[in-house]
Write a protein that binds this ligand. Sequence first.
Ligand SMILES: [Zn+2]
Length: 201
Amino acid sequence: MKLSNFVKKGKNIVEFDVSGIEVKTLNTFRRTVIAGVPSMAIEKVVISANSSILNDELLIHRMGLVPLTTDLKTYTMPAECTCKGEGCGKCTCKLTLDVVGPKTVYSGDMKSLDENVKPVFATIPLVKLLADQKVTMEAEAVLGIGREHIKWQPGMASYEITDKDSFHVLVESFGPLPVEELITVAFEVVEAKIKQVKESM
Ligand SMILES: [Zn+2]
């Protein structure tokens, strides 16, 4: 496999040409970018106060969809963690939200205990609070993959065939990971899968 013409377009989009690769391998890469590279998202929320117009469920849903910057070197998938998914510092990052109206609450109002895990965009509106309405909650973010839930989808990938075994590939990160890391990790996952298949034959 050979990568060439690596062009970065904007902060989170990369285009490159690749040759000497089978279409099914590239297709696995594409699906891995979308559904197989871990990223952080809010999974559990404990609400101690919510007098906003949104019910708890809707508010939790909105918070879950806020992309979070992801640190793959520090965090482990809960199921693979030594705590066996119960939640500990190695697999879980806590964020808090404590706001009083009148105010529009934005993703950036969530405070993270880890500066490497925080909302990618600070300006996603979550809810509008009237005077004296308040929201107080503690959330837990964990690693997951897009195959489990769309909130863990870190980006998009597509490709077109330019010649036999040659392709033009476009990858976009939604922000949890730098686009270069998204590509590298996706290729690592694909390689591990190919190795697994070969070993089982
Ligand atoms: Zn753990």
